[in-house]
Structure formats: C-alpha cells, structure tokens
Design a protein around this ligand. Structure first.
Ligand code: HEC
Ligand code: HEC
Ligand code: HEC
Ligand code: HEC
Ligand code: HEC
Ligand code: HEC
Length: 497
C-alpha cells in the first residue's frame, strides 16, 4: 500500500465529502470578505452570512469529516479495512470518461451557484426588506427620523461604518452582536446613546463636510406660539455665526472655531450621556492652554486625573444629524406657522404639547387618544367652535398624529426626552454644557454665555407691529416675564420638561 500522509481512518468517502464542504465554505467566506472589503461600501450585516451562516456549514463539514474518521477508525479496528478507498477510475474506459466529465461540470455548476446564492444573501442583508423584517422594530425610531433628516440620502453605513479595516471589523463584530441581541430579545429599549463604537468624525462627517471651508453666517427665523388662549405668535431672527476658516485665509472664528484643526478642545464628563461637563481644556494653535472649570462644585485634580475625557469633534455638537426627535413645542410651532394646525383654535398649542408628551403604551393607543382628547376638549369647552371649525379640528388631529409618528416611539421607549440634541441650548443643555457662564479659568475668565457670541439676535417681534431690528443685535426679551431667570439659569431647566 502507498505511504499515506494521514492515518488510514482519514481516507473514506464521508470524510472526503466533509472536506469538500469545508473547502467550499472557506472559499466562499474569503471570496465574500474580499468582495465586501473591496466594494468600497461595506454592508454592516453581511456578517450574518460570512460569520454565521457560512461558518455553520463549515462546522457541518467538519462534523461530517470527523464522523467519517470515527466510523472508518471503528471499521479498521474491527478488521474491515479498505484496500481502496476511492473507486478506481480508468480513463481509457469511455464510461468512466463521460462520468468524470459530468461530475466536473456538476461541481463547477455547484460552485457557481453557491457563490451566486451567497452573493444574493449578501445583497439581502443590505436591503430595506431585511431591515424591515429583522430589525424594523428595533431600529424604527432611527430609521424613521433618518428619512426626514438632511441626511436621508446618505447611507447608514457612511456614518456608522465609514471605510478602513479596523472600523470595518469593529462594525462587523458589533453587527453580529446586534443580530444576536435582536434574535434573543436582549437589546435594551431604547438603544443607548451615545454610540461608543462610532468612528471618529474625520472618517465619516469630514469625508463630505470640510471644516476648513465653513465661512458663512446663516440666518434662521423662528416663529413661536405661546400657550395662551390666542396662541400668541411672535418671531425671532438669529444670524448664526457658523464660522470656521483656516490659517491661510486668516479668519478662524465663530462656532466652528472648536473644529479648527489647530485648536483642540478636550473635556471631562461625569455622566454617560456627556451632558455634565465640569472641566474643559482648550489648546490654541500658538501653544497656549486654557483650562475652564465649573464653579458649581469644586473640581479637584484627582477628579480630573481619573475622569473620563474626550476630544471634542463634530458629534459633540451634531449628535443628532440623522435622528432628531423634535420636542413637541418646536414641532407644533412649525405646524402652526404653516397653518397645518390652525392657530385660531383656542389653546391648541398648549393642548397639543400636553397630549404629545403624555406617555402612551403603544402607537395605536396614542393615535386614538390624540383624536379623542382634541375632540373632547373642543366639544366640552367650545361647542360652537367644535361645530363651526370641524375641518380645522380634524386637520389639527392629523397634524398632531403625524408629529407623534415621526417623533415618538413607545415600543422602544424613544422620544426627545432621552435623546437630547446638543445643537442649541433651549430644550437640552447643548452649548450651555460649557457656555453656561459658570465655567471659569483660575484667573476668572468666563467661557462666554453672551447672547451675541454664537448668534446675533437680528430681530425680535413679540407683538404685531413692534418689530425690533438691528444688524448689531437687539437685546433679547424673554416672551413671558420670568424676571432675570433666563440670564442666570440654563434655558433647559424650564424648557426640557
Ligand atoms: C449623517 C450621519 C448618520 C447617518 C446617515 C445615520 N446615522 Fe445613525 N447615528 C449617527 C450619530 C451621530 C448617532 C449618535 C451618536 C452619539 O450620540 O453618540 C447615531 C445613532 C444611531 C443609533 C443609536 C441610537 C441613537 O439614536 O443614538 C442607531 C441605532 C442608529 N444611529 C441607526 C442608524 C440607521 C439604521 C441609519 C440608516 C437608516 C443611520 N443610523 C444613519 C449618525 C448617522
Ligand atoms: C456621504 C456624505 C455625508 C456624510 C458622511 C455626512 N454628511 Fe452631513 N450632509 C450631507 C448632505 C448631502 C447634506 C445636505 C446638504 C444640503 O442640503 O445642503 C448634509 C447636511 C448636513 C448638515 C446641515 C443640516 C441642515 O439642517 O441644513 C449638517 C449640520 C451636517 N450635514 C452634519 C454632518 C455630520 C455631523 C456628519 C457626521 C456624523 C455628517 N454630516 C456626515 C452629506 C453628508
Ligand atoms: C461647537 C459645536 C459644533 C461643532 C464641534 C461642530 N459644529 Fe457644525 N454647526 C454647529 C452649529 C451651532 C451650526 C449651526 C446650526 C444651525 O444653524 O442649525 C453648525 C452648522 C454646520 C453645518 C451647516 C453649515 C451651513 O452652512 O449651513 C455643517 C455642514 C456642519 N455644521 C458640519 C460640521 C462638521 C463636519 C463638524 C466636525 C468637523 C462640525 N460641524 C462641528 C456647531 C458645531
Ligand atoms: C465641551 C465644551 C464646549 C461645548 C459643548 C461648546 N463649546 Fe464653544 N467653546 C468652548 C471652549 C473651550 C472655547 C474657547 C475658549 C477659549 O479658549 O478662549 C469655545 C469657544 C466658542 C466660541 C468662540 C470662538 C471665537 O471666535 O473665539 C463660539 C462662537 C462657541 N464656542 C460656540 C459654541 C456653540 C454654538 C456650541 C454649541 C453648539 C458650543 N460652543 C459648545 C467649549 C465648548
Ligand atoms: C454658546 C453659543 C450660544 C450662546 C452663548 C447663546 N446661544 Fe442661543 N443658540 C445657539 C445655537 C447653536 C442655537 C441653535 C440654532 C438652531 O436651532 O439651529 C441657538 C438658538 C437660540 C434660540 C432659538 C431656540 C429655538 O430652538 O427655538 C434662542 C431664542 C436663543 N438661542 C437665545 C439665546 C439667548 C437669549 C442667549 C443669551 C442668554 C443665547 N441664545 C446665547 C447658541 C448660543
Ligand atoms: C424660569 C423658567 C424659564 C427659563 C430659565 C427660560 N424660560 Fe423660556 N419660557 C418659559 C416659559 C414659562 C415660557 C412660556 C411657554 C409657553 O407659553 O408655551 C417660555 C417660552 C419661551 C420661548 C417660546 C417657546 C415656544 O415653544 O414657543 C422661547 C423661544 C424661550 N422661552 C426662550 C428661552 C431662552 C433662550 C432661555 C434661556 C436663555 C429661556 N427661555 C429660559 C420659562 C423659562
């Protein structure tokens, strides 16, 4: 007998079959991994195929091969050894030749089909259908808000994965964990934020937005409605000092000052959601370092040494570029401003805000309750209006229901309350996490909270016909009299609930 490389028990048809399965799967895994990596737009959940489905078959192959070895081993022990494991193929015989040709064709077809099949599976993991069926419930809040965001045409992967091997692998691993947690109902509701394995903004945001080239200021006009009977309307126009710039152009200013490559802002947080920031270090391009500490409580060197720190990047302000859960007040203001909800309906602003922020156990219950609550309110308190403004009332019900569907997700416990937007300072601390007027250097320099630092208040019209306007900025007047509270307290103290 010929000298064999492996023990005799390795040579049997079952093990040969198992080995073929093993190699076929290894080939497919390598093929798909290479393809996914080189394709430039890696698919987050392709991992299901490459790391779960194919390896499963791979292990089946191994099991079959081992079973073959074990069986053969027993046969050999019981004396039933095989002289020839494989059939003798005599290529001079026409019958054998045809059989061999047929077999080879079959094998090639099999390889092509399994490559094609796995490729289809691979495409499927990237489809909406897949998302719809496998993670729809879980990702519904993010997916819905994304569709109404300025990034609706930017793929999830472009922010959540980006390119590069390290993040590619990390995303694959977390993708597998996500699937596991969905299948076994282990995920938390809501999905926690911030996302810790999001890659640094240089690899995502900065691929499309180049901080060096933000110069302009941009004007925002907001229309507000108070919670009184008349839903009193007022306007505010802000000129946002977006700024930016680079050394070559000379101007480095405005809000994107933080992001200028030569400036480095590092902060220490005391909570997971990065909302409490007692210590900030600002390093300028000329080498000067400024350290600001909160005056709310003493910040010791030990706290700073052991504290959790982070270098500020785009996501520290733009934490919700694609998934914005709007507070009810701002969504209702917008609907009122465009007359989708009619501001002539008495108390409609305060009523709508209250109804939206009531906790509901499911979307269906919420939509029904909104309808009942609005109808009841006008039927009971304003029967004449309920009769004469029937259409306006039913339109406002639809308006409020639409706001609910886009911003509240009871099944995942998601709403604006758990997901603060760090741009601004009204409904969440946002910029005032640092610019609250309470962060100071040792020698008393305060991190500015002046109302004209980040924007110029170009105009404010509290009462019709009483427009105050100035290019240099007008003094802000809070719409309802709260004394000096708005000058000393964070706006979000009152506005975030
Ligand atoms: C413009 C970039 C961008 C796009 C596009 C994008 N996301 Fe996000 N996503 C983010 C950022 C930034 C965060 C929050 C980061 C943080 O606060 O740490 C986030 C957070 C999340 C979270 C965690 C929960 C939360 O709300 O904070 C999930 C889940 C998520 N995104 C899913 C998706 C899905 C699904 C898509 C595509 C339908 C998508 N994202 C598209 C940038 C993006
Ligand atoms: C694949 C390209 C791409 C990536 C990646 C990307 N964006 Fe955008 N972004 C866009 C496009 C396109 C728009 C819409 C521009 C427009 O309408 O003028 C936009 C708009 C914006 C706006 C303006 C929104 C508004 O209300 O007008 C902001 C802010 C923004 N992106 C921030 C980010 C941040 C932060 C990230 C990283 C988390 C990011 N973008 C990642 C392409 C991208
Ligand atoms: C200090 C907080 C902060 C940081 C950090 C920051 N931004 Fe902004 N960004 C803002 C604010 C505030 C605005 C104006 C928002 C508005 O008007 O709604 C803005 C506006 C923008 C816009 C819209 C510009 C326009 O002309 O309308 C884009 C795009 C943008 N940022 C991208 C980025 C990118 C990319 C990064 C990271 C390199 C970044 N931002 C870092 C606060 C920040
Ligand atoms: C993590 C803390 C932190 C947060 C959050 C933060 N800033 Fe700042 N900001 C700073 C520091 C530090 C400086 C620079 C102070 C210095 O060194 O002089 C600064 C400076 C500025 C400046 C002045 C730049 C100049 O021209 O000199 C503007 C404008 C500004 N921030 C706007 C914003 C806006 C708008 C937001 C919210 C979207 C925001 N900041 C959020 C820490 C922060
Ligand atoms: C550190 C920067 C900064 C400072 C200081 C600042 N603001 Fe703002 N403010 C912003 C940003 C950023 C926005 C968000 C613009 C947007 O909605 O896109 C904003 C928005 C607002 C809005 C509109 C809010 C809304 O969503 O309807 C008002 C009102 C306002 N600021 C008033 C003030 C007043 C009053 C002061 C002085 C006490 C002040 N701001 C100081 C950065 C700042
Ligand atoms: C002491 C509590 C308190 C503080 C602090 C406060 N506000 Fe208000 N704010 C109110 C009340 C009460 C209203 C009236 C709400 C209504 O009529 O719906 C209001 C209304 C507003 C509105 C109109 C809101 C809407 O939804 O139409 C804006 C804008 C506003 N405040 C801005 C600010 C800003 C900016 C700050 C911080 C610089 C601030 N407020 C601080 C209590 C406060």
């Amino acid at each position: 007998m010929k000298k064999r490389k492996f023990p005799g028990s390795f040579y049997n048809p079952i093990t040969a079959f198992g080995t073929t399965v093993i190699f076929l799967n290894i080939f497919l895994i390598i093929f798909l991994l290479l393809f996914d990596y080189l394709s430039g737009s890696p698919k987050a959940y392709m991992g299901i195929v490459t790391f779960i489905v194919l390896p499963f078959f791979l292990f089946c192959g191994i099991a079959i091969a081992l079973f073959g070895i074990w069986r053969e081993h027993n046969r050999i022990k019981s004396g039933k050894s095989r002289e020839k494991i494989f059939p003798v193929i005599d290529l001079n015989d026409k019958k054998y030749r045809s059989a061999l040709i047929l077999l080879s064709i079959g094998l090639i077809v099999l390889i092509i089909f399994s490559a094609f099949g796995t490729f289809k599976a691979y495409e499927y993991t990237d489809s909406d259908e897949f998302c719809g069926e496998i993670c729809h419930k879980v990702m519904n809040p993010e997916y819905t808000t994304y569709q109404y965001s300025p990034h609706a045409r930017v793929g999830c992967v472009q922010c959540h994965i980006g390119s590069g091997t390290e993040w590619y692998v990390r995303a694959k691993l977390s993708g597998i964990y996500q699937i596991y947690s969905v299948l076994f109902n282990k995920y938390s509701k809501p999905i926690p934020t911030p996302v810790h394995n999001l890659r640094p903004a240089q690899g995502t945001c900065e691929q499309c937005h180049w901080p060096k080239y933000f110069y302009r200021e941009s004007e925002i006009t907001n229309t507000y409605f108070l919670s009184d009977k008349n839903n009193t309307k007022w306007n505010l126009t802000l000129l946002m000092k977006i700024g930016g710039g680079n050394e070559e152009t000379g101007v480095i200013q405005g809000i994107h000052w933080h992001m200028n490559l030569s400036n480095k802002v590092t902060y220490m947080m005391t909570d997971d959601s990065r909302q409490e920031i007692p210590w900030i270090k600002s390093e300028h391009s000329d080498g000067t370092v400024t350290i600001y500490k909160t005056t709310d409580f003493p910040v010791t060197d030990d706290m700073v040494k052991n504290g959790l720190k982070r270098r500020m990047d785009c996501i520290d302000c733009h934490n919700r570029p694609a998934h914005i859960y709007h507070p009810p007040s701002s969504s209702i203001n917008r609907e009122l401003a465009i007359n989708k909800i009619n501001p002539k309906l008495p108390f409609v602003k305060s009523l709508a805000v209250k109804i939206l922020d009531t906790p509901y156990s499911s979307k269906e219950i919420a939509l029904d309750s909104i309808k009942i609550a609005i109808n009841n309110f006008y039927n009971l308190n304003y029967p004449e209006i309920a009769a004469s403004m029937k259409d306006e009332i039913s339109n406002s019900i639809i308006g409020i229901q639409t706001i609910f569907e886009k911003n509240y997700f009871p099944s995942m416990n998601v709403s604006w309350k758990g997901f603060p937007n760090n741009i601004g300072h009204l409904y969440a601390k946002g910029c005032f996490r640092c610019h609250d007027g309470k962060h100071q250097t040792e020698d008393g320099k305060v991190l500015s909270r002046d109302c004209n630092t980040c924007h110029t208040i170009l105009a404010q019209e509290l009462k019709k016909g009483e427009l105050r306007i100035s290019l240099g900025g007008v003094d802000y007047i809070h719409p309802v009299n709260i004394g000096d509270a708005w000058k000393n307290e964070n706006c979000s103290n009152c506005h975030s609930n």
